[in-house]
Design a binder for this molecule. Structure first.
Ligand SMILES: Nc1nc2c(c(=O)[nH]1)N[C@H]1C(S)=C(S)[C@@H](COP(=O)(O)O)O[C@H]1N2
Ligand SMILES: [Mo]
Length: 322
């Protein structure tokens, strides 16, 4: 595993390559040990049946749209968004939607722990009963320079923070994806720092825009998009929007995310969208709109500066844009 943890600057090529291509090249470098680790383990028929159960929350949707959040572009075609995904647990290509069907989303228990009044566990359906669901139209900007626009359903992350009752010593929120290599073959690729994690400051997490997603396109969230619970932080690069969350931990120390652990020089903690700060291997000046031939100029904070710019005042020494 240590062999694979080489840095970007040790790689022979520095051309503009999306994160997935970069890491599939890394896969080749990993050699025989990795190939053995990636060997398929057949899933059981029982697990398959559990994965096929209809989503019990279907009757909750559609939910009322919050008119405050408007788009400057058409909503991306639903079939594109459900079949063109980044979800490394199921593979490093964009076509993981079939593999992601193996994910078992009930029961789905979420832990709230760390620096909280009282650690707790709550099932997703109990959580949904306690949370005010609404629909929001958000842009999403992947660090790979493609963008989409999605009608998400869900509730403000601030509401979950309220439920968890963090102590005054808590400064950050770390979120963690499920870990089950028997359904997610990507998690057998041992050179990745599984489980996927991401983090926010508490000020970011309780900001109006930070949204926990449980549905999309007026339906329960598809597995390929991170069912049953994923984050949407639209002013940051897409890798911050962690999927299939099982744990929220409140910490005093800044957490290090999955991509930051893999390649800290390219994927940092803040990762706010900025057209003027290129990724080390490509420009961020413009973005392509998924499902169209259109390119648009990238906007600072992905166009959400009025909501979030004040969060970053006085943080000039920080790498806010990587
Ligand atoms: N657990 C997990 N969350 C994840 C990822 C991932 O690989 N695993 N990819 C991230 C990246 S890079 C992006 S752009 C978005 C993609 O979301 P989508 O597939 O719904 O478009 O999910 C983010 N969340
Ligand atoms: Mo991304």
């Amino acid at each position: 595993m240590h062999v694979i943890h080489r840095r970007g600057w040790e790689l022979p090529e520095r051309e503009a390559t999306p994160e997935n291509l970069f890491f599939s090249r890394r896969t080749l470098l990993a050699g025989a040990g990795a190939a053995a680790a990636a060997a398929l383990i057949p899933g059981s028929a029982a697990a398959q049946r559990r994965a096929d159960l209809p989503d019990p929350t279907a009757s909750l949707y559609p939910v009322k749209r919050n008119a405050k959040f408007v788009l400057d572009r058409p909503i991306t075609d639903e079939t594109i968004n459900t079949t063109y995904n980044n979800f490394y647990e199921f593979g490093s290509s964009k076509t993981i939607s079939r593999a992601a069907r193996a994910l078992i989303i009930r029961p789905w228990t979420i832990k709230l722990d760390g620096l909280v009044d009282k650690p707790m566990e709550i099932g997703i359906d109990d959580l949904l009963k306690r949370m005010p669901l609404e629909e929001r139209l958000y842009r999403h900007r992947c660090v790979e320079a493609w963008a989409m626009a999605v009608p998400w359903s869900g509730f403000p992350l601030a509401k979950l923070v309220e439920l968890a009752k963090p102590l005054s010593s808590a400064r950050y929120l770390q979120m963690q994806t499920f870990l089950d290599a028997s359904v997610a073959s990507g998690q057998r690729q041992v050179w990745y720092p599984w489980p996927y994690t991401e983090g926010l400051t508490l000020a970011e997490a309780t900001n109006d825009l930070a949204f926990l997603v449980t549905g999309a396109y007026g339906k329960p969230l598809p597995k390929s998009m991170g069912a049953p619970l994923r984050l949407a932080v639209p002013w940051k690069y897409g890798f911050k929007s962690i999927k299939s969350i099982v744990r929220f931990s409140f910490t005093a120390e800044r957490p290090r995310g999955f991509w930051e652990r893999l390649q800290g020089s390219e994927y940092g903690f803040w990762a706010n969208v900025n057209p003027e700060v290129p990724h080390p291997r490509w420009s961020q000046a413009s973005e392509s709109l998924l499902g169209t031939d259109e390119r648009r100029p990238t906007q600072l904070f992905n166009g959400y500066g009025e909501y979030v710019a004040q969060l970053y005042k006085g943080l000039d020494g920080e790498r806010l844009w990587v």
